[in-house]
Design a protein around this ligand. Structure first.
Ligand SMILES: Cc1cc2nc3c(=O)[nH]c(=O)nc-3n(C[C@H](O)[C@H](O)[C@H](O)COP(=O)(O)OP(=O)(O)OC[C@H]3O[C@@H](n4cnc5c(N)ncnc54)[C@H](O)[C@@H]3O)c2cc1C
Length: 536
């Protein structure tokens, strides 16, 4: 088979490293790449170290059997107009990344035997919801009002994270005053104050899979952030999600930096409370007084730092306040007809057994024989106008469902592709169950699947290095979002954090975390010209 063109980044070898770097970044996901690209814009020489065979973190894509799939990007919002998000992507990718809009109906919710949808555009979204729930007009307007109110508070939240601790202490009363108290309430509790219509609540929370927690557990802040993000519809990166990293890497190389793959960091080296570099898994040490970890909070504190360093810096107790998010299954499918021939929409399907999402997830967590609490179906080749240029005459589909890590523990430590017959049999059964959902909604696809393979939380652990196979880093509970220590600056001199655990999950969440991290690192005065260049 010819080597995949999707493998990007430069294979790590100690001899390929420059003698010195201004900063090391662990992980080439959106958080790490954004941080590295902004620092490069400031003239820094940055070395990004990625353990996987390709760069991009959850934005990477892979090819097999003539098909190509994204692993962690199904749609991105807020890029269809001249928004801050769009400007940021344009800056990072030197204006090269293009976006293709999805259908006007970007999300469709199958809840039990009822079908609802989300339509692109604030007014269209509202009117469509009112059409579906005519007796709930007041509640719907009340809900949209809350989303509006949250906008400024979300910026304040981010700004607070980037401040120096003393500054945050001074600013706390102001930040609190600007933060409506419902931000940190449970999503369900906030919505229940507007309506007791459980179907409406279910539709409003129909995207809970975008952050991994159902409404009785998630923070309204994250719910509202996602709802606002997609209010004007969904967009797909033209050429596939791997193009995001492909276009960012040259920005990092401009100042002599590099993005290395197969570069597994084993330890962050700390001496007398100061960061001095990293030790790679081949034993080579790269010295540098500034290290940014985008590998996730769990990896950073529980695996990359020595226990004594974590204890001395006072993190041990704090780490108990957060927990990993749920894992996931993804069924990657290839078909030998085009999306158009097969009638595949540019709409995501969310399939729920009933409108009590929390109960469905709890039932499934107790027994994986229970119905899947949500089955999400995405049609990437239909969304990407360039797909057929790369893979003529074919189409792809992905099905995602939550998967708690526990049932997979018995295979922990086994090698990818060689986990044994019992694992393969378990996967075959799960695949069959997921396929039934697809055929139920699109019966024309029965007998048309040419190739499929299922990833499990163990695949996430293997390829993306999340030790619990977690889908979205730390769980997005109200408690997690109020952890004052989850900031770019750590208590260990020279060590910084970025990525989805610092702000929120999502490609844009990780990207904005990169902005916060660089702001915290260099200070407002130095970052201002860059921000001016980006946002005007
Ligand atoms: C199935 C799925 C679907 C999703 N769909 C969407 C979507 O449609 N839209 C959206 O906006 N978001 C989506 N997301 C979420 C989004 O992809 C992530 O929140 C975001 O990309 C995370 O970026 P990050 O930089 O924080 O982390 P990551 O992208 O996970 O990057 C962290 C990187 O660190 C590397 N690493 C870890 N340990 C080490 C080490 N020791 N040495 C070197 N490297 C290391 C990992 O290999 C990884 O590449 C989805 C996620 C998943 C899993």
């Amino acid at each position: 088979m010819k080597p995949s063109t999707l493998r990007i980044g430069y294979r790590y070898r100690p001899g390929r490293l420059a003698p010195e770097y201004d900063a090391l970044v662990i992980g080439s996901g959106m958080g790490g790449l954004t941080t590295a690209a902004i620092l490069s814009e400031l003239g820094w020489k940055v070395c990004v170290l990625e353990q996987h065979y390709t760069a991009g973190g959850y934005t990477h894509s892979y090819e097999r059997n003539g098909y190509e799939w994204d692993v962690g990007v199904h749609y991105i919002g807020d890029v269809g107009a001249d928004t801050r998000t769009r400007r940021m992507f344009d800056f990072l990718t030197d204006g090269k990344l293009q976006w293709a809009p999805m259908d006007q109906e970007y999300d469709r919710f199958y809840i039990g035997d009822k079908v609802y949808s989300a339509h692109a555009g604030r007014q269209e979204f509202r009117d469509n919801l009112v059409r579906q729930f005519p007796e709930e007009e007041e509640a719907i307007d009340g809900y949209l009002g809350l989303l509006k109110q949250v906008g400024g508070a979300l910026s304040m939240f981010g700004m607070g994270r980037a401040m120096k601790p003393w500054m945050r202490t001074v600013a706390t009363p102001y930040l609190r005053w600007k933060t409506p108290d419902f931000m940190f309430k449970k999503t369900y509790d906030v919505l229940s104050e507007l309506t007791d219509n459980q179907d409406l609540i279910a539709v409003i929370c129909g995207q809970w899979g975008d952050m991994g927690l159902p409404p009785k557990q998630s923070a309204f802040m994250v719910h509202s952030m996602i709802a606002r993000h997609y209010l004007y519809g969904g967009f797909y990166p033209v050429g596939g999600s791997w193009k995001i990293a492909d276009y960012i890497i040259p920005q990092i190389q401009k100042t002599g930096g590099e993005v290395f793959t197969y570069a597994n960091v084993e330890k962050i080296l700390v001496e007398k409370g100061k960061t001095v570099g990293v030790k790679m898994s081949d034993g080579h040490e790269i010295k540098c007084p500034i290290v940014v970890s985008s590998a996730g909070v769990d990896n950073t504190f529980n695996y990359l730092l020595d226990e004594a360093v974590v204890r001395d810096a006072g993190y041990q107790k704090k780490l108990k306040e957060v927990r990993p998010s749920v894992g996931h299954l993804c069924l990657y499918m290839g078909l030998k007809e085009t999306a158009e021939e097969l009638g595949l929409p540019k709409t995501n399907f969310w399939i729920y057994p009933h409108n009590d999402y929390d109960r469905a997830l709890a039932d499934f967590s107790e027994s994986d024989d229970a119905e899947f609490p949500v089955v999400y179906v995405s049609f990437p080749s239909a969304k990407d106008p360039d797909y057929l240029n790369r893979h003529p005459g074919t189409a792809t589909i992905e099905i995602v469902a939550p998967a708690p890590y526990d049932p997979y523990k018995k295979w922990k430590g086994s090698t990818w592709g060689k986990r044994g017959d019992d694992y393969e049999a378990y996967k075959a059964e799960l695949s069959e169950r997921l396929l039934r959902h697809l055929y139920d909604k699109l019966p024309q696809l029965e007998g048309k699947i040419d190739y499929f393979e299922l990833s499990t939380p163990l695949s996430t652990e293997w390829f993306s290095a999340y030790k619990h196979g977690e889908l979205y880093g730390l769980d997005h509970t109200p408690e997690r979002l109020q952890q004052e220590w989850l900031t770019p600056e750590t208590k260990i001199e020279g060590l910084w954090l970025t990525g989805q655990d610092i702000l929120t999950c999502g490609v844009t969440g990780a990207m904005m975390a990169g902005v916060l991290t660089t702001t915290a690192m260099v200070g407002m005065r130095k970052i201002s010209p860059v921000m001016k260049k980006i946002f005007g």
